[in-house]
Design a binder for this molecule. Sequence first.
Ligand code: SF4
Length: 354
Amino acid sequence: MLERRKTRQIQVGWVKIGGDAPVVVQSMTSTKTHQVEETLQQIRRLYEAGCELVRVAVPHREDVEALPDIVKNSPIPVIADIHFAPSYAFLSMDKGVHGIRINPGNIGKEEIVRDIVQEAKVKGVAIRIGVNSGSLEKDLLEKYGYPCAEALFESAVRWSEKFEKWGFYNFKVSIKGSDVLENIRANEMFAKYTDVPLHIGITEAGMGLQGIVKSSVGIGILLYKGIGDTVRVSLTDDPVVEVETAYYILSSLGIRRRGPEIVSCPTCGRIEVDLPKVVSQVKEKLKDVKTPLKIAIMGCVVNAIGEAREADLGLACGRGFAWLFKKGKPIRMVKEEEMAQALLEEIYKENGHE
Ligand code: SF4
């Protein structure tokens, strides 16, 4: 197990972040917030995928007006994302959101930020201080010349110390730059300096494979160093993919598991089965299983016994059939077309229907 940095605990609605709480997975809706049904549908899909906190954009007054319905019907706490319009921060808190995210750098005057903080204190709302390379304060940009790690760190320290001076502690910080190395450096500096919980992610990571790899490298390195109390993978994609990617990152590091983890071989000239097809059939068949399990699906017996020994269940494929392994022991042979079903039956035998 990796050792996590010791942080103070905060609470967004009923979800705890930091301290001994697990690393929380969050995402952001991509719908127009004022389209309440579409937004709630997306939130429910995110929830089903394992999302534990959801952020919604609040760029217009009609989005503010939609918040009570969304908060009331969301299965997870709702965070309002505020930029440039501090009045929407106050209004969103009036409408019952559990958290707000602000980038003090784009709110303008310090007195306004202080008033938002005072209101959050009164209403029991959590705040995320967002420090982004795109919205750094002018004086820091002048001092450092560009949004380097030192500038991001200084901004994060500046605002978290002000929040504490104003007697407010229910906040977390995110320091996000799209440059992976600067991002890691800035987060490391902040993590060494304070026990404020950190929300981590690589902003604007991009689309498809590029975004997934960039996020996995940046987030993975920070998590490996014990940094990160909550995580969002930012992708130009369906936000459900963000949540799935977050869990893949967390389970790769043994931090959190959700549902089956499938270990499968890369295939080679020995193979006598359509392995990608078998793996996708198994994935599809097990998509509603939430029990954390390790399943090894190997193209032939070469590595199967060793891998299967480490897994809860395993398939070692041959021509048109497979040996089904349980806790390292072969229990029976199954035909190719029955492999996915056979695994599911074994899971149900152990855990019952979910
Ligand atoms: Fe090749 Fe068998 Fe190894 Fe798969 S398990 S890569 S088929 S040797």
